[in-house]
Write a protein that binds this ligand. Structure first.
Ligand code: TRP
Length: 330
């Protein structure tokens, strides 16, 4: 029996290399394993909590679709769709609202963080909180539970939401009989190697990212911004630094060893950055070419997503009908 893997990709910005090595690459590798049946979707309705304009919504959704295709997502292996193209998810969402204790939502971290910030500032606790943010975990449960999902690859910050989906599934099964599959979250091991320009974890919120698909010049400029110590050329460097960690991601083991040796012998930081650019660019270049292709071929990308949505709806509609019968509305 194949296990089903599902994950949502929030289109809230351009992908950086931390996203690539931490989420995109491992998810695509999973999809090449025949033990798994994968559904990956663009969670555009979840992005509504932060994206406020039509242009941003359209551009980010489209760019992220191009990104995943360029990184090797094969639409014949993965059901790849936009959340908003599958209306069954939103109908199911309402059913799940009625199985979700309000207290469970009070404890969800994104909402709690907003409330705590407001309390610190001595303002009304719910300022800036809308029902999209508050109900966010229920929509996510709907994404997951409608497809009999076994495994949900997510970042650590989303584990709580998968646990909530599980709790909601248990509540549903208690009331209507064992129906929904209980999902399990899986996190990628935090590799300490996903460091940003300043040596901290690469993250949009730290402003220390390297964009995955910038042009070569921009990539070079960004790499030049990596913070180093003040050791001069010819002084031996230690190798516990952002340049080495990044180099390691892009190079094979023996090239990496060679790079380390050069640094220990005093390779200057400027030269080290040049070498990092070369390996990074070699790695990224074929994907960047595919990305540029997809950016120019909008109809092709939209078609892939439409076909993905049809496949997703085949599963969703059967499951939703079963669920509607169980609750007595069909
Ligand atoms: N909330 C997830 C994030 O911020 C995106 C997401 C939406 C998701 N629906 C999902 C992830 C379902 C896994 C499963 O990254």
């Amino acid at each position: 029996m194949q296990e089903r893997i599902l994950t949502g990709i929030k289109p809230t910005g351009l992908a950086h290399i931390g996203n690539y090595f931490g989420a995109i690459k491992p998810a695509i590798e999973l999809s090449h394993n025949d033990n798994y049946n994968c559904l990956y979707f663009i969670a555009n309705y979840h992005a509504l909590t932060t994206i406020k304009t039509k242009e941003d919504m359209e551009n980010y959704s489209y760019n992220i679709a191009c990104t995943w295709l360029a990184c090797g997502l094969d639409p014949n292996k993965v059901i790849f769709y936009k959340q908003s193209d599958v209306p069954e998810i939103f109908e199911f969402n309402w059913i799940l609202c009625n199985l979700t204790p309000k207290g469970l939502m009070n404890r969800a971290h994104a909402y709690k963080a907003c409330v705590e910030k407001n309390e610190l500032n001595n303002i009304d606790r719910d300022i800036g909180v809308n029902m999209g943010l508050y109900n966010y975990p229920i929509l996510m449960a709907s994404d997951i539970l409608l497809f009999d999902t076994n495994l949900v690859p997510v970042g650590n910050d989303q584990m709580q939401h998968v646990e909530i989906a599980r709790d909601i599934a248990i509540a549903f099964n208690d009331r209507y009989g064992k129906t929904l599959v209980l999902p399990q979250g899986v996190t990628q091991k935090e590799t300490s190697t996903l460091v940003g320009l300043d040596g901290r974890k690469m993250s949009k919120s730290y402003g220390n990212t390297i964009q995955l698909f910038s042009d070569e010049k921009t990539l070079q400029k960004t790499i030049n911004k990596i913070v180093t110590d003040s050791r001069l050329p010819n002084e031996p460097k230690d190798t516990d630094n952002a340049i080495c960690k990044l180099y390691k991601l892009f190079a094979n083991e023996s090239d990496y060893q060679n790079f380390e040796q050069q640094l220990l012998k005093g390779l200057g930081w400027g030269e080290a950055k040049k070498q990092l650019f070369i390996v990074a660019n070699e790695y990224i270049k074929p994907m960047r070419e595919k990305y540029d292709y997809y950016i120019m071929h909008k109809d092709e990308v939209n078609n892939i997503l439409k076909q993905g949505a049809e496949k997703a709806r085949e599963i969703a509609s059967v499951n939703l009908a079963k669920i509607k019968k169980l609750i007595g509305v069909l």
